[in-house]
Ligand binder design. Structure first.
Ligand code: CP3
Length: 319
């Protein structure tokens, strides 16, 4: 899950003088930041340090990540002209990814490296709104008002995302995760019509690569069935739906990832432990379960609580 930074002092130290997107394009920084939580917590897998907007920047879209805000796009896309600016991503655009993933897989040994990319709806929302959005109103205006343009936008973004994931797989990533974080803003019907075909295409194209594919969004209680229909091996669940219920909503054979509320980490340890045990117990109803938070680590989280949590999960899952 995204760390959304700053919960680790060692992260703040290395990032102090380096802007986020510069850090994401420098193999030395990528390797160091990816390894930091592995060293500190002895977690079972590492998540590649990057951001969902990195491939967009790599094809020349003028954007930045502002601390405390998120991605900000200089010239938001509002129609056909903007969509044409979304050219295909070539492996040469992201040589730093190939280099960093290669170094990381060597350093990690048997420990898996999870690569990732943004899902088409979430990327479209940042590009159209120009930044983070509560209601995604301009995005929906295009989606409902200009279905052909929407389709073209989804196709181009899906191709960029697929290529970004392929580069990571080719360089040695052992699993990939598609973060379509904001699809929970859509009704099930709109998701089915306007986004699902594109998510399915991405997972289908990856099916020959033999790495597990994870699909995640926030606020997706009503969409879990459709998210798993898109074809991933694992569906990520936020904290709003208990995993035993989520297990009934996904396709047979689909594993789950999640889903401790990141805000629970601010409660007393006894509460955290009880909630974590509950997540593990309910996860046993699923075909398989990867313990994780239901969304990213909040920046002011106490790293010691994460250390205790990791320890508890290792103990409990060994039973
Ligand atoms: O552990 C890791 O480093 C994971 C890497 C990771 C980042 N972004 C690094 C990051 C991952 C998996 C992401 C994905 C991402 N980025 C998503 C999808 C996952 C999700 O959380 O739903 C989304 C929606 C984004 C867009 C984005 N980038 C947001 C909303 C923010 C937070 C802005 C803020 O400061 O509150 C970012 C910035 C970001 N991405 C940071 C990190 C470490 C923080 C940068 C900083 O230290 O200032």
């Amino acid at each position: 899950m995204r760390q959304a930074g700053r919960s680790l002092p060692e992260y703040r130290r290395v990032r102090a003088d380096v802007p986020m997107l510069e850090a994401c394009a420098r193999p030395d920084m990528i390797v160091e930041i990816t390894m930091q939580p592995v060293r500190r917590y002895d977690i079972d897998a590492a998540i590649y340090f990057s951001d969902i907007v990195v491939p967009l920047k790599a094809i020349g879209i003028d954007l930045d990540i502002k601390a405390g805000v998120g991605p900000v796009v200089a010239e938001p896309i509002r129609g056909a002209d903007g969509i044409k600016r979304l050219r295909e991503l070539e492996p040469d655009d992201v040589l730093f990814v190939t280099e960093a993933v290669g170094e990381l897989t060597e350093e990690l040994g048997d420990r898996p490296l999870i690569g990732f990319a943004g899902g088409p709806f979430t990327l479209a929302s940042y590009l159209i709104e120009g930044g983070p959005s509560k209601n995604h109103e301009r995005t929906k205006a295009l989606m409902y008002g200009e279905p052909d343009l929407w389709d073209e936008l989804m196709r181009r973004l899906s191709a960029i995302t697929l290529e970004f994931l392929r580069v990571q797989i080719a360089a040695g990533a052992s699993a990939v995760q598609l973060f379509d974080s904001w699809v929970g803003a859509l009704s099930a019907e709109d998701y089915r019509t306007c986004v699902l075909p594109h998510a399915s295409w991405i997972f289908e194209q990856l099916s020959g690569s033999e790495v597990p594919r994870i699909h995640f969004g926030v606020g997706t209680g009503e969409l879990l069935g459709l998210l798993s229909e898109a074809g991933a091996d694992v569906v990520g669940v936020d904290w709003r739906v208990p995993l035993d219920k989520a297990a009934q909503r996904v396709q047979p054979g689909t594993a789950l990832q999640g889903n401790l509320d990141p805000a629970v980490l601010f409660a007393p340890w006894e509460v955290i432990a009880e909630r974590a045990r509950d997540v593990i117990a309910r996860g046993r109803a699923a075909e398989g379960h990867i313990f994780n938070l239901g969304h990213g680590v909040l920046p002011t989280t106490d790293p010691d609580m994460l250390a205790r949590l990791t320890h508890l999960v290792h103990e409990e899952s060994a039973r």
